[in-house]
Write a protein that binds this ligand. Structure first.
Ligand code: SAM
Length: 297
């Protein structure tokens, strides 16, 4: 793809046509998420940044919605050996923080895919503000039915999103379809390390919108079923537990703006579910993995 003209893939899947109530509940969760575009702009202004000349180096401190910030994106990029010549898909791209950082730091071209329209629109605005829109675009759509052409990408990444998707096999099948032959898939996700109690399972399913989190073994089975060759796996559980404890404190520090924007009840529900989520990491029932796999050659 090096040097080829950049063809944009602009397609939207109207959210109203998505039938599944779980999908609607994930979208509602991200529509009322404490980390959002308005919150990011408040933080940038508070730091004294000039929003009319915003750079990704400034934005990166606030726009990453996964564990470990841009360092974690850099690690995935190294793992996938992403370079300026590559076209990359970010599956479940949120407000586009990782997509922008990848394009900014490696010179590659990135398409972000996410089904939450508020996230996709925020991603597009933030990308225009940082003048990265010539190399980064966003498509609204479901990761289990990607509105993207076959064999379009050299690499696909994803961070902390597939816990929300019950049919992980469908996501992997779609990744295999849209990757070029032998393309690299590099992702991180939350995994189950020990069985959850019925109560914990119910709270993760309905509160955290994570109804069917996989074990690493389940991921291995699904990757093999979709003809991916797993080239490496890494246990991130200890690192993520420390990060999540800090993240809970960060969400609590946003209490006033979260209550002002989404109401007290949403804040209380958020805090209750997130505290349990962090507690499950501390109890070694949940953990994190990073996986590199290669699509069929
Ligand atoms: C924790 S955020 C991660 C965002 C981004 N990866 C980042 O690191 O900043 C998870 C994202 O997954 C998206 N998502 C969840 N299920 C999805 C699906 N089936 N299809 C597309 N996007 C989905 C949500 O809308 C949300 O933006």
């Amino acid at each position: 793809m090096a040097g080829a003209p950049y063809k944009r893939i602009v397609k939207n899947t109207p959210v109203a046509t998505l039938p599944d109530t779980h999908k609607q509940s994930v979208i509602q969760y991200y529509d009322t998420h404490p980390i959002n575009e308005e919150q990011i702009l408040i933080k940038l202004r508070a730091r004294g940044d000039d929003l009319s000349a915003l750079t990704q180096d400034q934005l990166k401190d606030f726009d990453q919605d996964h564990y470990g910030g841009v360092q974690a994106v850099d690690e995935l990029a190294r793992l996938a050996r992403i370079g300026a010549q590559h076209r990359v898909l970010d599956v479940c791209s949120g407000m586009g923080g990782p997509a922008r950082w990848l394009a900014h730091s490696t010179g590659c071209r990135v398409t972000g895919l996410d089904f939450t329209l508020s996230r996709v629109e925020a991603a597009r605005r933030l990308t225009q503000m940082t003048k990265l829109d010539a190399r980064v675009d966003f498509v609204q759509g479901d990761a289990t039915q990607m509105p993207l052409p076959d064999a379009a990408f050299d690499a696909a990444i994803s961070q902390e999103a597939w816990l929300h998707i019950p049919d992980k096999g469908a996501v992997l099948s779609e990744c295999a379809r849209v990757l070029k032959r032998g393309g690299v898939l590099a992702f991180t996700d939350v995994v189950v390390r020990q069985p959850l109690s019925a109560h914990e399972h119910e709270r993760m399913a309905n509160g955290q919108r994570a109804p069917d989190m996989a074990t690493l073994e389940r991921y291995r089975e699904l990757l093999a079923a979709n003809r991916f060759v797993v080239e490496s796996t890494e246990d991130l559980s200890a690192r993520w537990t420390a990060i999540l404890i800090d993240r809970l404190a960060m969400y609590r520090s946003l209490r006033d703006t979260t209550v002002a924007k989404f109401g007290e009840a949403r804040y209380i529900e958020w805090d209750s579910v997130y505290s349990l989520f962090v507690g499950l990491f501390e109890a070694a029932k949940l953990g994190g993995v990073r996986v590199r796999a290669r699509a069929p050659a």
